[in-house]
Each structure stands twice: as structure tokens, then as C-alpha cells.
Design a protein around this ligand. Structure first.
Ligand SMILES: Cc1cc2nc3c(=O)[nH]c(=O)nc-3n(C[C@H](O)[C@H](O)[C@H](O)COP(=O)(O)OP(=O)(O)OC[C@H]3O[C@@H](n4cnc5c(N)ncnc54)[C@H](O)[C@@H]3O)c2cc1C
Length: 379
């Protein structure tokens, strides 16, 4: 019977950080990833928001691998008018596939066992404690047991993954479970691409849930990633948007990606633990690579304490909920929908108050940092 101190499901940023940090402390760790190549399929633009934690990870990853440094944020109204542009500590764009592979490599080098091409299909419970997983690999079903399970299975955890299967969501009954589809089109030969600038275009032309398009300007050769709600959005925009239609006229589609946004209207689940289980990253409702990585590192610290104390009860693991809620990742608004604001009101709002509110938002994101020895201070 296979048995580990910690099983981690999902080798995204949350899972790889959790695996690395627990393995570094000598725990026996199994990191399970359903896909056969880490990082694929990619759904993300690879924007690492500017903050001390990003600097640490990028130093390790290699500064020569940065695609573009980001230093400006530009906002457009639903009428297609320029609203404002602000300088900010914007972080970097990186190749998300290479970045995820780098993080997973670190986890393996620290001593984690990695099982790729292995999909967790169910959880094993005993007396309300999660004691293991049922996994499928090359058509074979296998049960693997652990003292602790760390669920890092991304945004689909909430509708159909570990968050759903574990029953954790019933502790957040009042919260509507919100997760939206998003697509991203990679373009070459797009017009007016200004590397270093992130642009956001609002308007009812876009998918009703997200109500914006997010433009990641990558390089001067007209290389950009544009996030829409749906493919239909993109087709409408290409034909009808006052600014983007000109930019996209001769642009060449170079890639198409899709994913789920884990927005819970910008708030993570308050309860992310059960007996024998912690959830991190999108699985607990965060949105973003850095919050995912930090929550994985926090869960690892709590896992190490739990193994030391041989205590895996919900009460013991609630320490994780406490520290993540007090940390800037727990306080920042990580996703917002402007869908319900009428266009005229949004036009005025963006021009009059947008920049001020944006500055407040970025102040929060710029604080993201975490070290294991910080845990005590957060407590
Ligand atoms: C279109 C789009 C663009 C985005 N752009 C950005 C951006 O530029 N910057 C940013 O910070 N954030 C961005 N995000 C959000 C970001 O991608 C996520 O917040 C981040 O990836 C969360 O990390 P994670 O480790 O929690 O989950 P993920 O990165 O989603 O990793 C989860 C892993 O779990 C694996 N998995 C899932 N289920 C199972 C299972 N049953 N068994 C085994 N393995 C499983 C998956 O294959 C995956 O590898 C974007 C999201 C979308 C949808």
C-alpha cells in the first residue's frame, strides 16, 4: 500500500511550491499532475504581478528568461476612449509553461516524488478525515494514502475537483460559487503593441461576466496576448470595437487558450481546510500565479507543523486559514466584475475615480511576500 506524509494534487504554482517546501523539510511528498507535460495546456498570459515574492521567484528562474518588464497600466472606457494611464510596479511577463516547469523541477530537486499523467478521480475518507486519493494512470486505478492532502487542482476544483468532492464548500454555503470561462488569443502582427504596458478595455461588447478585454503587450514585433470571455467576444471585437478592430485588422492568430477564472467575486473561500485536507491557489478561490504560490508555501509550513505534532484535525489545519486570511493575499481584491455597471456610469467612473482606485488595488498587490519565518509574525 502506497503511503506518503503529504500528497499534493496539481503541479501548478500552488502545488509545486507546496511540494518543494514540504520536501525541503524532509517530509515524504507525492506531487500528482494529470497532464503528461507540466505547464500544458497553458491558459494564462504569464503576468507575474510586481511584488517582493515575484522578485524572489524571478531571481531563481533567471532574469534572462523574462519576456517583458511591465511598468504601465492603461485603461479604456466602454466608449473606446482613453481613460487613464499610470505607472506602477508591474512585475513581468514570463513564459508560463517554462515557469511552471521550473517550479515543478525545484519541487522534484527538493525530494518530492512526481507522478505525471495521473488524474485524481476521488478522495478516500474515514470518519470525516480525508486519508487518501483514488487516481487513474494509464487506465489503471490506484489508491494512495496520506496523512495530509493538499488540493492545488486549480479553478476547476470548485465546480468539480477536490473542493467540490471533499465537501469543503458546504462551509461557505452563503457564498455563491463563481467561476467564469475565459479565453486568450495570442497574436502576431498586431498593431500598436507597446511592450511594458498592460491595457484593459471595458464594455458590454465583451462577455457579460468579465466585461473587459485584457491586453498583454509582449514585444515590438506585434506580439500580444488578449484575454476575452468567449471566442464570440473576440469575433465581435474584431469587427466592432472602436480601438481594437484597427489593431486586430491584420493580426495573425498564433495561439488560442482557454481556462476558468476562479473569481469568487474577488474573495477566496473563508474555510479552506478539513480534517486531513488544505486547499491552495485557485482551488481555494485565489486568482493569480503569485497568490497561488504563496498559499502553497503557507500550506507547506502548516503541513510541517502538523506532521511534527502528528495532528491533522481541522482545528490544527485552521492555522492555515488564519494566516492566509491575515496575509495581503487574503485582503487584496483579486478579481472584479464590472458587468453590472451601465456603460455611461462606467465611462464617468473610470475617468473620475478609476486611477485612484487602481492605485489602492495595486498597493495591496505590491505587498505580496512570504517567508516561512514570517508565519509567526502573521499569527
Ligand atoms: C485566461 C486566463 C489568463 C490568466 N492570466 C493570468 C496572468 O497573466 N497572471 C496571473 O497571475 N494569473 C493569471 N490567470 C490566473 C492563473 O492562471 C491562476 O490563478 C493560477 O494558475 C493558479 O495556480 P494554481 O496552482 O492554483 O492552479 P493551476 O495553475 O491551474 O494548476 C492546477 C494544476 O492541477 C492539475 N490538476 C487539476 N485537476 C487535477 C486532477 N484531478 N488530478 C491531477 N492533477 C490535476 C492541472 O492539470 C494543473 O496543472 C489567468 C487565468 C486565466 C483563465
Amino acid at each position: 500500500m502506497e503511503n506518503f506524509e503529504v500528497i499534493i494534487v496539481g503541479a501548478g504554482p500552488a502545488g509545486s511550491l507546496a511540494a518543494r517546501k514540504t520536501a525541503e523539510k524532509g517530509l515524504s511528498v507525492l506531487l500528482i499532475e494529470e497532464h503528461s507535460t507540466i505547464g500544458l495546456p497553458v491558459h494564462c498570459s504569464g503576468w507575474l504581478n510586481g511584488c517582493p515574492y515575484t522578485e524572489k521567484l524571478v531571481n531563481e528562474f533567471g532574469r534572462d528568461k523574462i519576456i517583458t518588464k511591465v511598468d504601465r497600466w492603461r485603461v479604456w472606457t466602454p466608449k473606446g476612449e482613453f481613460a487613464y494611464e499610470m505607472k506602477f510596479n508591474g512585475g513581468y511577463f514570463v513564459d508560463r509553461v517554462k515557469f511552471d516547469q521550473f517550479l515543478a523541477q525545484k519541487a522534484v530537486q527538493a525530494g518530492s516524488q512526481l507522478s505525471i499523467g495521473t488524474k485524481v478521480i476521488d478522495l478516500i475518507k474515514e470518519d470525516e478525515k480525508i486519508i487518501g486519493i483514488v487516481a487513474k494512470r494509464k487506465g489503471k486505478i490506484q489508491k494512495i494514502y496520506s496523512d495530509l492532502l493538499i488540493g492545488c487542482d486549480g479553478s476547476k476544483s470548485i465546480p468539480m475537483g477536490i473542493a467540490e468532492k471533499s465537501g469543503i464548500l458546504k462551509y461557505d454555503k452563503k457564498k455563491e460559487r463563481k467561476y467564469y470561462p475565459g479565453i486568450q488569443v495570442e497574436f502576431l502582427n498586431m498593431k500598436d503593441v507597446e511592450p511594458g504596458v498592460i491595457e484593459i478595455f471595458f464594455g458590454s461588447i465583451f462577455d457579460k461576466h468579465i466585461a473587459n478585454a485584457f491586453v498583454s503587450n509582449l514585444d515590438e514585433e506585434g506580439h500580444a496576448l488578449v484575454g476575452f470571455g468567449t471566442y464570440q467576444d473576440y469575433l465581435n471585437v474584431k469587427k466592432n470595437h472602436p480601438v481594437l478592430k484597427k489593431r486586430l485588422k491584420n493580426a495573425q492568430e498564433f495561439g488560442l487558450r482557454g481556462g476558468l477564472y476562479a473569481f469568487l467575486l474577488g474573495e477566496a473561500l473563508k474555510t479552506g481546510v478539513l480534517s486531513g485536507l488544505m486547499l491552495c491557489g485557485d482551488a481555494v478561490g485565489y486568482h493569480g500565479i503569485i497568490p497561488a504560490a504563496i498559499s502553497g508555501a503557507m500550506a507547506a509550513d502548516i503541513a510541517v507543523d502538523a506532521v511534527d505534532a502528528s495532528s491533522f484535525s481541522m482545528e490544527t489545519l485552521q492555522e492555515y486559514d488564519k494566516i492566509r486570511r491575515k496575509h495581503p493575499i487574503g485582503k487584496a481584491k483579486l478579481g472584479m466584475s464590472f458587468a453590472d455597471i451601465p456603460e455611461n456610469a462606467l465611462n464617468t467612473f473610470l475617468k473620475e475615480q478609476g486611477e485612484m482606485l487602481n492605485k489602492e488595488l495595486f498597493k495591496g498587490l505590491e505587498l505580496f511576500d512570504y517567508e516561512s519565518n514570517q508565519k509567526k509574525k502573521i499569527e
